[in-house]
Design a protein around this ligand. Structure first.
Ligand code: C2E
Ligand code: MG
Ligand code: MG
Ligand code: MG
Length: 275
């Protein structure tokens, strides 16, 4: 297509918009059937204690193996699931599948591994969340302390009073809470202090140029100091190079995650790479 101005430009814009809408509608229709058709799956990305060479857990990351479009990333379909409410049944499927996998790993001799599961804003606001977490833990006979729920900083700070209530109900059960993509939202330190979280995950935007950008290095080292004084574990995501790994270790980061240490992978591969 050639970009045109005036009437034609407008027509072109409208028709690409319609194509986008058609594609989203199609994905929405297909997504309604994705669970029963067994098209959803989880990949697992290892989390490493800084300085350690053995993973102590995994983050479950959702994938959709679409029959015609192939493997789709969550950035493509989670927003559609979120807007349509489908994220609620999908989120329950994710919790159950991740807990089933953790149970299988424990039974196979990796009893110290923990699992992290991501929650979207709608899930986090859902009155059914606490019961579905409790149900998944019970069905798979797991210690709640081995499950971490990741909510982004912007989700957690949206409706602070409701968030505090939800986080208290979840932590009362014993599950751990990570504040994901930390540094990109608008945290009030007052609320962060009151929040019963156990983990801060530094957004990978601050990790990318860490060794070359003094501002990023200052931000990362402040987040680590903040986490330490609030007794939160600090995790860095998006570690792609050995230099970043060393830098983060020297700054005192507790846990590292990223392509340099391990990509998200299928369950079988996760076991052979990390046991
Ligand atoms: P997130 O929770 O912040 O997950 C980290 C994302 O960064 C993942 O993308 C992961 O594959 C990617 N990543 C990990 N290491 C590196 C690295 O070294 N470099 C780069 N460039 N990227 C890295 P993914 O799997 O595409 O997931 C994207 C987002 O989708 C997640 O961000 C999370 O917010 C959401 N998501 C994934 N699975 C679920 C799920 O089961 N439920 C919900 N509600 N959201 C999910
Ligand atoms: Mg996450
Ligand atoms: Mg993140
Ligand atoms: Mg993210």
């Amino acid at each position: 297509h050639v970009k045109q101005s005036g009437r034609n430009g407008h027509a072109f814009f409208t028709s690409t918009m319609q194509a986008g809408t058609r594609q989203r509608l199609r994905l929405l229709q297909d997504l309604r059937r994705a669970i029963v058709r067994n098209e959803l799956l989880l990949h697992y990305q290892p989390k490493f204690p800084a300085g350690g060479s053995r993973a102590n857990g995994a983050e479950a990351l959702l994938r959709w193996n679409h029959p015609e479009l192939g493997m789709l990333s969550p950035d493509v379909f989670i927003p559609i699931a979120e807007r349509s409410g489908l994220i609620i049944p999908i989120g329950e499927w994710v919790l159950d599948a991740a807990c089933a996998q953790l149970r299988a790993w424990h039974d196979a001799g990796n009893a110290d591994w923990s699992m992290a599961v991501n929650l979207s804003p709608l899930q986090f606001a859902s009155p059914t969340l606490v019961e579905s977490v409790r149900g998944a833990l019970q069905r798979h006979a797991l210690d709640p302390r081995q499950l971490t729920l990741e909510v982004t900083e912007s989700t957690a700070m949206k409706d602070v009073d409701a968030s505090l209530q939800m986080l208290e109900a979840l932590t009362a059960m014993g599950v751990r809470i990570a504040i994901d993509d930390f540094g990109t939202g608008y945290s009030s330190l007052l609320y962060l202090k009151r929040m019963p979280a156990t983990e801060l995950k530094i957004d990978r935007a601050f990790v990318r140029d860490l060794e070359h950008n003094a501002e990023d290095a200052a931000i990362v080292s402040s987040i680590i100091a903040l986490g330490r004084s609030l007794q939160l574990q600090v995790v860095a995501e998006g570690v792609e190079t050995e230099a970043q790994r060393e830098f983060l270790g020297a700054l005192g980061c507790d846990v590292l995650q990223g392509y340099h240490l391990g990509r998200p992978m299928a369950a079988a591969e996760f076991v052979s790479c990390n046991s």
